[in-house]
Design a protein around this ligand. Structure first.
Ligand code: SF4
Ligand code: SF4
Length: 438
């Protein structure tokens, strides 16, 4: 038995249908994983469901645990599977343990019954959508080759109708990456979504989709496209949406400026606490490494906690830091980036060292661009204020610049339209913004 940290908190993405899905999205890396289980029916048995819940709860001595359903497409299991799982959760939930269920779906099968169930049981839903119709339908097609945008929008409306909390998972590929503001405004204004995560599609060009080789498919985003997208969305977000639209990517990076561990493993110095559980109980090092070399064991044969805390998985987590090329170790943004995710480290650095991050050029461009704003938001938070104070700073800067251009005097009306004298409004010195935008 391995000695484990009683405070060990980890995350397991569970795939009750394995890689089985009712869509055929061209860029999906997981569809090809079905080759790992030839002849399987891709349905989690009652035995694995119970072992998963029991072992997950037993392994967590911390106050909160997340049961994270994912796919493939988890709705293919049918509602009764999840009703049974909730019964198991009640059975094994000890007093004081808070349980949260998350559920990542393409939305196709959602109806009133599913949404009612989600609402009743406080599920947090992740809905995949790739932008307005023409961008979404380009790659996200059903098995018959038809676009799925209208059905996903219907799912979003149903979730809203039933007051189910949901995040949008937005895959950025080479096709939709060139329209950053169009997609961002669509999500914010038309979909009325307030929790967003942008996922760059980086797909290795090999037959089984494993993390080998350095060639990427045409569908994959280009590093500079990624940088441009982050910059354009950030510039709009930081001036008007901080505190009302949550972009997980920016929150994750801001944690670096605060010197804290963020919620996104990709920006942490090490990883290894987010594993993937296949339908038959096989546990793998990470959702992006469901491959034979990263197989940890089966939870029906070896207790989950031993696999999670075992040396193979610890080494996987440490490797994120230990295999960083010198180029990253000397990078001034290392504190926020940490070389990002190892799955994207397959190119050479400018001085020829292997293991460099494919997206680096985009990240460096973004960090340089966002640095000053990130620093200001981190300062505000450290002083116990809200990060949305940055928007006042921007507004101040813009009104003052307008006043300068139009030669507004201190006793003239403020150009912001408040009706107050400029000197009493945006023209007054604000000590709290002393380190504001230059
Ligand atoms: S490999 Fe990447 S996605 Fe997986 S746990 Fe590590 S940082 Fe996270
Ligand atoms: S920005 Fe590039 S060089 Fe810097 S840590 Fe990230 S991947 Fe490495």
């Amino acid at each position: 038995m391995i000695a484990t940290d009683p405070q060990l908190a980890f995350h397991i993405m569970v795939k009750p249908t394995g890689s089985a899905c009712n869509l055929n999205c061209t860029y999906c890396f997981f569809l090809r994983k079905e080759r790992l289980y030839p002849g399987s029916n891709f349905r989690m048995s009652a035995e694995v469901n119970e072992a998963y819940i029991r072992q997950l709860f037993e392994a967590h001595q911390v106050p909160k645990v997340t049961v994270a359903w994912q796919g493939g497409e988890p709705t293919l299991m049918g509602l009764d599977f999840y009703r049974r799982s909730l019964e198991l959760q009640k059975k094994y939930q000890r007093p004081g343990l808070t349980v949260e269920n998350t559920f990542q779906t393409n939305g196709i099968l959602l109806n009133d019954e599913w949404c009612h169930f989600f609402h009743q049981n406080n599920f947090l839903i992740g809905l995949s959508i790739d932008g307005p119709k023409k961008l979404h339908d380009y790659y996200r097609k059903d098995k018959g080759g038809q676009g799925t945008f209208d059905r996903v929008m219907q799912a979003a409306r149903l979730l809203q109708k039933h007051k189910v909390e949901f995040n949008i998972l937005f895959s950025i590929n080479s096709k939709n990456a060139d329209n950053p503001l169009e997609v961002y405004r669509f999500l914010r204004d038309e979909l009325d979504a307030h929790f967003l995560q942008f996922i760059p599609i980086v797909e290795r060009d090999n037959e089984n989709g494993y993390q080998i080789g350095s060639k990427v498919t045409d569908r994959s985003i280009r590093p500079r496209q990624w940088g441009r997208l982050l910059i354009e969305i950030f510039d709009e977000w930081v001036k008007r949406d901080v505190g009302s639209t949550f972009v997980l990517n920016f929150d994750g990076m801001l944690a670096g400026w605060l010197g804290m561990a963020g919620t996104l493993c990709i920006f942490g110095p090490t990883c290894g606490l987010g594993m993937a559980l296949e339908h038959n109980g096989d546990l793998y090092s990470c959702d992006h490494f469901v491959e034979p070399d990263y197989f940890l064991g089966n939870i029906l044969q070896t207790p989950m906690i031993e696999l999670v805390a075992g040396e193979k998985q610890r080494k996987f987590g440490r490797n994120k830091r230990d295999t960083l090329p010198r180029y990253c170790r000397q990078c001034r943004f290392l504190f926020a980036c940490n070389g990002e995710c190892p799955k994207n480290r397959f190119i050479k650095t400018p001085d020829g060292e292997p293991g460099h991050n494919y997206l680096c050029a985009g990240y460096r461009a973004f960090y340089s661009h966002a640095e000053q704003n990130m620093r200001i938001m981190a300062d505000l938070l450290r002083r116990g204020q809200n990060a949305d104070g940055i928007m006042n700073i921007w507004e101040d800067a813009e009104v003052r610049s307008k006043a300068k251009v139009t030669r507004i005097g201190r006793n003239d009306p403020c150009p912001c339209g408040s009706g107050q004298k400029f000197k009493k409004c945006h023209g007054r010195a604000r000590k709290e913004f002393g380190r504001g935008l230059k």
